[in-house]
Each structure stands twice: as structure tokens, then as C-alpha cells.
Design a protein around this ligand. Structure first.
Ligand SMILES: [Zn+2]
Length: 406
């Protein structure tokens, strides 16, 4: 179709939104629009339908359908729902998401007062609240004023509660349309409509608090070898909703010193590092208590403090078990280390070829190395203890590879 238009001298690419009207088409749909895209199409009678033109253009602007829980087109207050052939405005979440409305109030813990009809030019028109863990809630009044004069009577003078997902091009959802004196309650948010008149209503919107155990994480900060090791503790307050800051007490079961007693808001994180210096194994165990309750969360990190390098590995041997293969097998012996081992590193011809092969105790260690090129290859090994100390390199051992295998 673009080719035909270009033939007629129309610079198709210069149009940021393109609507193709096809009065002679026989498609099964009346209109189609690319969600957040450029093109939309209308056929037959839809070419003359202002509501369908507006609806398909709305899709190209990034608006999905205005829905109710049982019906994708069920929100009759929005041109992106089913409007029974009438031109109509947009619901509150679509207006805010499109950037066509900026008079909204973001709810803290509570709003009690007047809102004015969404189609009017005064404020406040929309109260927005976090959507109980999912999306964003909008509270708005729809009345038959200004461009909302064609609202269905059953959608007029009602306080709407919508859930939407700003910026995600997903359906908006009507959770409630409240008449005078009616209430809707979600998980934490409650909306009550009062004194609804044409153009204004009084609403009470409250948001509660749900507490949850904090997240406690400990990770190893500093793996440099030597006589001290650092751990880092992170505590996150997971309380949800309009919660007062909570006070947490850290109880640390080792000689690692941490500050005790910290006040955190919902979602806020406290991070503190501590170091262990006394040689040996330490369980950096942290218990976080919510002050004034029995609720606690615990986490543990093993830390090994050791300022002695391990003894070098001994008796390294290297061999080709099958002379016609190009795979070397290596054996070595490692001695007891007071903090235990992270593993063994293998060096071939002066370059470390293996990241650490894990082993945690003394004794015989087997390693292998395959796909060797023809020639002489010389190996050495060294061991790394749990505190990160490296031994020296072992005595070398060599193999000669004579054939390539395929
Ligand atoms: Zn549609």
C-alpha cells in the first residue's frame, strides 16, 4: 500500500502516525492499530466512525484497552473501551500515562477531601496510590461535564478506582465505580465516596501498612589473603505500604563488631562491614530483631582468618595414559592446612590454564588436561587456602605429545 502512495508522490515516511482508510476492504475487523506504533487501518464503515478512528489512534499512541475484570472492552468511560458508538474521553490512568494530565496527588498514608470531575479544569482530579504490590491505583470522579458530556448515565457521577501499569502499554482495569456512600477495599488501600455531585465529590483514601520480616544478607567483602577478613551485612526493611519507620537491633555472634540498633523506613537498606582478625574459622552470624517484638531473621557467613601460606604441593606427576591420545593426567599431593583449601590451580607452559579445581582437604589430587598440541608440555600446581593464601608453585612435571588425535 505504501508503494501506491509513494507512486502518487506522497512522502509516506514523513508521517509519524499513518492511518490507512480502506472503504472497499472486506476484512473481518473494522479497525486495527499498532500498539505504540505508527500504523492503523480502518475499513468499510469504520472509516467514517469518529470513535473507531480515535480508538485506533489511541493504540498507536501506546494505549491498550480499557477493561473490567470480565470484559476487555468493558470500561465504558474510555474511548479505549466499548463506547457504543459515542466519542468519549479517557480514563484517569490513560490521561496520566499519556502526560495529558498533571494534577494528580500521590497518596502518602491518607487523603480526605474533595476531588473534581476528571473532565474539568480544576484540581485535584486524580488521587494515585501504589497498587498494593501490583501497578498503580487511580481514584477519579467522572461526571457529564465538558468533554465527558457523552458519558453513559451509569458511568456518570461515579468515583472510579482503576489499576494500571504506567509505561507498560497494558490494559487499564476498573476495580470499582462507586456511588454515594460506597467503599472499595484492596489489600491495603480503601476508597470511600461521599457527597457525589455533578462535578465534585468527597473521597477518603487510606493506605495501611503490612509488616514483613527484613532481608538479612552477609557477603564476604575482602578476599585478599592475610590475617583479617571482612564481611558485609545488609539489612532491608520489607514493610509494605504506609508504614512508620521500624527499629531493628543487630545481634552479632562473633568478635566482628557491628553497630546495634538501626532505624529503617520501608524499602530502606542498612549496610555495615566488619572484620575478623583472630586466626581460625569464624561464623559471622547476624540476627536482626525488630525492636519490641520477637520477630527475628538470621544469616551466617563462614570466614577463615589465616595469615600462613599453605605448604607447596608435592610429588607432581604428569602422564599420557594412552600414548595415542593427547590428554594428560596429573597427580599431586597436598598437605594439611589449618583453614582448609579452596582448591588447586594448574599451570601449563607458564600460564595458568585452570581456574581453581575445588578441593577442601589434604591428600591426593587428580587433575587432567586435554586437547594438547604436539610437543612438550610442562606443568606446575599450587594450592589456595580458604583465607585466600597461595602456596608456592610445585616442582614441574612434563609430558610429550607425539600425535594429534581427532
Ligand atoms: Zn482496540
Amino acid at each position: 500500500m505504501d508503494a501506491i502512495l509513494i507512486d502518487r508522490g506522497i512522502d509516506v515516511a514523513s508521517f509519524t502516525k499513518r492511518m490507512y482508510m480502506m472503504p472497499g476492504a472486506a476484512c473481518g475487523w473494522s479497525g486495527l492499530g499498532e500498539l505504540g506504533g505508527v500504523r492503523s487501518w480502518l475499513n468499510r464503515g469504520a472509516c467514517h466512525s469518529r470513535p473507531i478512528v480515535a480508538h485506533e489512534l489511541g493504540h498507536t499512541l501506546g494505549m491498550h484497552h480499557a477493561s473490567t475484570p470480565g470484559a476487555e472492552y468493558g470500561d465504558m468511560s474510555d474511548i479505549m473501551g466499548g463506547t457504543a458508538g459515542a466519542l468519549r474521553g479517557f480514563n484517569a490512568p490513560h490521561l496520566v500515562d499519556m502526560g495529558w494530565h498533571d494534577g494528580s496527588i500521590d497518596l502518602g498514608s491518607e487523603y480526605g477531601g474533595e476531588i473534581v470531575a476528571l473532565a474539568s479544569s480544576d484540581d485535584p482530579r486524580v488521587i494515585r496510590a501504589p497498587g498494593d504490590g501490583d501497578g498503580v491505583l487511580s481514584v477519579s470522579l467522572r461526571s457529564r461535564v465538558a468533554h465527558d458530556s457523552t458519558l453513559e448515565p451509569f458511568a456518570s457521577d461515579r468515583v472510579f478506582v482503576h489499576r494500571a501499569y504506567p509505561g507498560q502499554m497494558r490494559q487499564t482495569m476498573v476495580l470499582a465505580s462507586l456511588g454515594n456512600g460506597e467503599s472499595w477495599s484492596g489489600d491495603l488501600v480503601t476508597v470511600t465516596a461521599q457527597n457525589i455531585g455533578t462535578g465534585a465529590a468527597k473521597v477518603l483514601v487510606t493506605r495501611g501498612c503490612r509488616t514483613a520480616p527484613p532481608t538479612v544478607e552477609i557477603d564476604r567483602l575482602d578476599v585478599a589473603p592475610g590475617g583479617s577478613q571482612q564481611g558485609r551485612v545488609r539489612v532491608m526493611n520489607n514493610d509494605f505500604g504506609a508504614c512508620a519507620p521500624a527499629s531493628f537491633v543487630a545481634e552479632v555472634e562473633s568478635e566482628v563488631e557491628l553497630e546495634a540498633g538501626v532505624e529503617l523506613r520501608s524499602g530502606e537498606t542498612w549496610t555495615r562491614a566488619g572484620a575478623a582478625v583472630v586466626p581460625g574459622y569464624h561464623a559471622l552470624a547476624v540476627t536482626i530483631w525488630r525492636e519490641g517484638t520477637r520477630e527475628r531473621t538470621a544469616s551466617t557467613l563462614p570466614i577463615y582468618v589465616d595469615d600462613q601460606a599453605p605448604i607447596d604441593a608435592a610429588y607432581l606427576t604428569a602422564a599420557l595414559p594412552n600414548p595415542r591420545s593427547n590428554q594428560a593426567e596429573l597427580n599431586t599431593w597436598i598437605y594439611f592446612d589449618d583453614s582448609g583449601y579452596q582448591g588447586v590451580e594448574l599451570e601449563r607452559d607458564g600460564a595458568i590454564i585452570d581456574s581453581i579445581a575445588p578441593t577442601d582437604q589434604a591428600g591426593r589430587i587428580k587433575l587432567s588436561d586435554k586437547d594438547l598440541r604436539v610437543g612438550v608440555h610442562t606443568y606446575r600446581v599450587r594450592v589456595i587456602d580458604r583465607a585466600g593464601n597461595h602456596s608456592g608453585w610445585s616442582e614441574p612435571a612434563s609430558v610429550i605429545v607425539r600425535v594429534r588425535s581427532f
